[in-house]
Design a protein around this ligand. Structure first.
Ligand SMILES: C[S@@+](CC[C@H](N)C(=O)[O-])C[C@H]1O[C@@H](n2cnc3c(N)ncnc32)[C@H](O)[C@@H]1O
Length: 150
């Protein structure tokens, strides 16, 4: 029997766990802005302010694109901990659908919790396994999701 060794990256998972705990402790349920603020504060502190300016610029650009296009459906590949899903979701029209796919089961679980706190329109977090399997499964799944009323 092969003995599975612990990968160094598994120790890093505590970071995302701490992020989730911070979001739950400091944000208000159902308030997307407070969830985003909690995540911004966590990363600002973690990275000691490094990259904060660029991150704000990216966030504002994303907000402008969503406001301008006002999409009824959107798909994000790579949810990580759900920040951009909450960010986009809060600006999408009522009844719209955002499908956010995450390959890592831990991140998918965290993103689902974060989404539940910050936005309760529609969000689905799935593990895509790998790129080819993702392409194989995504099209039929998306067809089904998009034809289901929100
Ligand atoms: C840069 S992060 C996404 C950040 C996130 N959109 C945000 O800003 O809050 C990229 C994410 O994509 C995920 N990922 C990479 N390949 C993927 C795939 N084939 N299917 C789904 N997720 C994938 C990674 O696990 C990682 O969490």
């Amino acid at each position: 029997m092969t003995k599975k060794t612990v990968q160094q990256s598994e120790f890093d998972e505590l970071r995302e766990r701490s992020l989730l705990r911070h979001v739950i402790n400091t944000s208000t349920e159902g308030d997307a802005d407070s969830v985003m603020n909690a995540m911004d504060t966590f990363w600002d502190t973690y990275f000691n302010g490094e990259g904060t300016k660029e991150w704000r610029l990216r966030g504002n650009t994303l907000d402008s694109a969503i406001k301008q296009k006002s999409p009824k459906t959107a798909m994000e590949i790579g949810a990580y901990c759900g920040y951009t899903a909450v960010r986009m979701g809060r600006l999408m029209p009522a009844g719209s659908k955002l499908i956010s796919i995450e390959i890592d089961p831990l991140y998918a679980a965290i993103a689902t919790k974060v989404r539940a706190r910050g936005w309760n329109i529609f969000f689905s977090s799935r593990c895509a396994f790998n790129n080819s399997l993702f392409l194989f499964f995504a099209v039929p799944l998306l067809r089904r999701w998009w034809s289901t009323p929100a």
